[in-house]
Design a protein around this ligand. Structure first.
Ligand SMILES: [Zn+2]
Length: 254
């Protein structure tokens, strides 16, 4: 069993027995791992309350098959800006749960690590905006190889350039031309263009969806994610409740 230090983001943590914490974390070098931190509930000195969702830290871990042993933690940031705002807490929790549920265990994925870290950085300094969440989702699907087809009809393979009214089906695997898309979810070319832009710019906040495109992109992405999940995300329920209280998409607590 070798002990190593790795830069990680906590995806989820629960109490385990009398004194321990069971932690799922995303390590830059080793991918998603699950570990147990012995005595973490009691030892504030060794862990200092660091093992909380979406904290970014250096973990000292003993790697072995199955559960790894977490020996200690040095916090890089707990993203204090996120923790002042319910909307941002909900969104950061959602991003971590989504990564946890879609990313298989083991195997490094530095691109996805950078995407999640950049999203948390963004949320730490900016109010929650639905556009940023959708930006995160399309890039996440792209990195994991789950992105819906946007350039060609997922039914017949025809190019979509110049077509204004399109359809979408998650089960068909993407955007559909008018012939193939009869009865499917309607999508405009403008929304597809914005989704493309999310993939070509690496910067959160660079793409702002107008309300109608945001609604379309939201439905399309929700459906594209849902087909890869065996059960709904817990954090999505919280996020939807917040959204109902602040239907404009921007959630700020006072
Ligand atoms: Zn077609």
């Amino acid at each position: 069993m070798r002990t190593t230090e790795c830069e990680s983001i906590i995806l989820g943590a629960t109490d385990y027995g009398e004194a321990d914490r069971l932690v799922t974390f995303f390590c830059h070098e080793h991918g998603k791992l699950r570990g147990v931190a012995r005595g973490a509930k009691r030892s504030r000195q060794r862990f200092g309350g660091a093992l909380e969702p979406f904290a970014r830290l250096h973990l000292q871990v003993s790697l072995k098959e199955g559960l790894v042993r977490i020996q200690g933690a040095d916090i890089l940031t707990v993203f204090p800006g996120i923790r002042t705002d319910l909307g941002r807490i909900g969104c950061a929790g959602y991003a971590c749960e989504l990564v946890d549920r879609l990313l298989p265990e083991g195997g490094a994925n530095p691109r996805l690590f950078r995407l999640l870290a950049a999203f948390l950085e963004f949320l730490d300094h900016s109010p929650y905006a639905e556009s940023a969440r959708r930006f995160f989702e399309i890039n996440l699907l792209n990195i994991l190889g789950y992105r819906p087809a946007l350039e060609h009809c997922a039914g017949c393979g025809a190019g979509l350039a110049g077509l204004e009214r399109l359809g979408f089906s998650a089960t068909a695997g993407g955007i559909l031309c008018r012939n193939c898309g009869t009865g499917s979810m309607p999508v405009t070319a403008a929304t597809v263009t914005l989704l493309h832009r999310c993939l070509s710019t690496g910067r959160f906040g660079a793409v702002d969806f107008p309300p109608s495109a945001l609604a379309e992109a939201g439905k399309l992405l929700d459906a594209s994610i849902a087909i890869h999940l065996s059960r709904p995300l817990n954090s999505l329920v919280f996020l939807c409740e917040l959204k109902e209280q602040a239907p404009g998409g921007s959630i700020q607590n006072d």
